[in-house]
Design a protein around this ligand. Sequence first.
Ligand code: GTP
Ligand code: MG
Length: 237
Amino acid sequence: MGVRPLGLSAIELLESLPPELVSAVTEALKSLGLSPGDPLDDDHLTKIFREVSRSLGKARAYQAFREAGVVRGITRAKAFVVGDAAVGKTTFCVKLATGRFKEEYKVTVGVDFYTLDLISGGRLVKLVLWDLAGQERFGLVRPNFYAGSCGGFIAFALDRPETLRSVPGWVREIEENVGRKVPAVLIGTKLDLSPSLPEASNIAEELDLVGYVPVSSKTGENLMRAVRTLISACVNI
Ligand SMILES: Nc1nc2c(ncn2[C@@H]2O[C@H](COP(=O)(O)OP(=O)(O)OP(=O)(O)O)[C@@H](O)[C@H]2O)c(=O)[nH]1
Ligand SMILES: [Mg+2]
């Protein structure tokens, strides 16, 4: 079956799904505040996919989206998340993977993994985020975890401008350990606590990064924008 052109509306999606999925998707549309005639973009489709996955499981949700012609396959990619200690890397990953905001600070030991499913350009992208410990004492183990990344995120905290000054060091560590230059997106975290820092854009440009996106893992602001900025640079759809 062919892939739906962009601009598929909510009602067209409902019509193309197997009947047993209609109630789960209708619920998802309602919770997103979408009306039947509204065009659906990749962010909407991603949220609908997650809702359907929650009620029916990921395998069934994928099968249904495939049958409906919304997706035509799966793309897998690995991305690192690096930056100084306590800038909010784990919180960023947890919010993206589960929708929950993690209030407490628990130091990451070595590495953690989070899988993020999103719809992009007619494919289900399974992005595995490798959340690397930022504390200095993990500097010796961290290099083991970069191999095979298509790119990733470099995080600094907007309320601690000194963490922005560490970014060139992170770029060097990435290049040394991935073995080549890969796309990286600079994220300024905790936008809910502090305004964006204009110099971050210049630093991203000077270091030849893919872009700079200020984000808040508390409110969710710009999180998907950051992910899509990376996906469009590093995942071959
Ligand atoms: N208000 C607010 N707090 C945040 C945000 N992101 C992270 N935090 C808080 O910052 C603290 C540290 O966050 P972590 O995600 O654990 O930090 P980390 O970068 O993973 O730290 P390491 O694992 O030591 O490298 C936690 O208390 C989070 O709740 C945000 O966007 N807004
Ligand atoms: Mg952490």
